[in-house]
Design a protein around this ligand. Structure first.
Ligand code: SF4
Length: 458
């Protein structure tokens, strides 16, 4: 069984059209286009002109282009004289000379195609006729042509997303946006029809597999960003199987979920989009260091190993900041702290490597839900820097019922200093007077913390 058949046969086993979908997609109601030659010409012009960059006034589609729309009534479809056509188009002032020339070619082709097919819906989309339709539109509009034919009720595969899924499974790649649909139409008509009994059903099944119609019973995993882990075709999919050893760009790593297999440094190389020299410097750095240990001195050292204009150190610092913020899971109003460990886990990433002492309070309501975080001071802590007035001013304003004080020790040792103890005592006393309880004072060290409440010191 060819790869193409495998794709369509597997879909056949897995995808069912539900009733809603059949009605939606018109699979049950076959459209018979009852179009006259003039109607088809008008609809073709409606689709062609914008594709060719010719503006059509939506309020008055005929307007200045009236002559172009009326041509078909004036021309003999069996023998079109191009000089006559040129003369008529020349009178249409809104068209440039190039547009006139292109339109002459296209109209002649259109009339020929119509006469050859006698407006028979099946003949209008025969294999050779499709080639003709494609030449009647500007280059790069091949998918647009299929959509247009389908909009007329003509039976032609037209799912670009289905094509993308099929191409991944069979060829192991995502097609370029400009890739022509010829191959897709051929395979839908051959293998698709064999499996599904109908090229259109095969096309729609592939579209569903590609997640296009998400109310269908089978949700498609092969979307723009595919859900390969949950795909029933992953064992057969060339996209998943063929390129284990190929170096992939960031977008493909993400789509194929290969990033999970990468070392930290390789992940960073991809995220930061580095040149060869920077990659080498980063890999060397990664032999002995991690992003966590990245400090000012390491950054200076790193800068020496790359070109002076490189912003690798800056990029790494930003990446570290993002990681810290993520690990920190910033508090949302309404969140609750249940223990001093919660406080430590929340603040550790932010505070443990700060080189100065920082003092914050978390304001809480009467159910001890977070109202807000307030930065009180930064620098060496002493009585005058952390004054109860500063601590309680915002708490009163926010109508807080309680608060938790937090500060860090840049030394990494969370053991409180005598000054920390005196400040805590003062804050607790002030809180009692004002009626705002100081629930705890947590000192954050590098890997550990000290809680005044846990030690019974409040
Ligand atoms: S394994 Fe992934 S890429 Fe392949 S068909 Fe399934 S979803 Fe698409």
């Amino acid at each position: 069984m060819s790869g193409f058949s495998v794709f369509f046969n597997f879909l056949k086993d897995k995808i069912e059209f539900n009733e809603q979908y059949q009605i939606f997609s018109g699979l049950i109601r076959r459209h018979e286009p009852a179009l006259s030659r003039i109607e088809l010409y008008t609809k073709w012009l409606d689709a062609y002109l914008p594709c060719a960059g010719i503006q059509v006034n939506p309020g008055s589609p005929f307007g200045e282009l009236r002559g172009v729309y009326q041509l078909v009534e004036q021309l003999d479809g069996y023998y079109v004289r191009q000089d006559e056509l040129k003369h008529l188009l020349h009178q249409c002032r809104v068209l440039t000379a190039t547009q006139q020339e292109q339109l002459v070619e296209a109209i002649v082709g259109f009339l020929r195609l119509i006469e050859q097919t006698e407006l028979n819906p099946e003949r209008l989309v025969e294999e050779q006729r499709l080639e003709d339709w494609w030449t009647l539109f500007p280059e790069g509009q091949a998918w647009r042509v299929l959509e247009w034919l389908r909009s007329l009720g003509l039976e032609v595969p037209y799912s670009r997303d289905g094509f993308r899924a099929w191409s991944r499974v069979v060829h192991g790649r995502t097609p370029e946006p400009s890739e022509h649909p010829r191959e897709w139409v051929q395979h839908c008509r051959k293998e698709g029809a064999e499996a599904w009994g109908d090229a259109i059903r095969a096309d729609r099944a592939a579209a569903m597999f590609a997640g296009v119609w998400n109310r269908a019973e089978a949700l498609g995993p092969c979307m723009d960003i595919p859900d390969c882990e949950n795909c029933f075709l992953q064992d057969r999919c060339c996209w998943m199987q063929n390129d284990q050893s190929e170096p992939l760009g960031a977008a493909d790593l993400f789509r194929k979920e290969r990033w999970k297999q990468l070392e930290d440094i390789d992940l960073m190389v991809n995220i930061l989009d580095l040149n060869a020299e920077e990659q080498e410097a980063l890999k060397k750095f990664g032999e002995s260091e991690t992003l966590k240990s990245l400090g000012r001195n390491k950054l200076i050292e790193l800068q020496k190993n790359v070109d002076a204009s490189s912003d690798l150190p800056a990029k790494l610092s930003l990446l570290k900041e993002v990681c810290q913020r993520y690990a920190e899971e910033r508090l949302q109003p309404g969140a609750q702290f249940r223990s001093s460990r919660d406080i430590f886990q929340h603040f550790r990433e932010r505070l443990r490597e700060v080189s100065q002492e920082q003092f914050l309070v978390v304001l809480l309501d009467n159910k001890h839900r977070v109202l807000e975080e307030v930065n009180i001071t930064q620098g060496l802590l002493n009585k005058s820097l952390v004054h109860p007035r500063e601590v309680f001013a915002r708490a009163v304003e926010a109508r807080a019922a309680a608060l938790v004080c937090v500060h860090n020790h840049p030394s990494g040792d969370p053991e409180p200093s005598p000054e920390d103890r005196r400040i805590t005592e003062r804050l607790v006393e002030s809180g009692k007077l004002i009626g705002i309880q100081v629930l705890d004072h947590v000192v954050i060290g590098r890997d550990d913390y000290f809680s005044f409440a846990d030690r019974g010191l409040l």
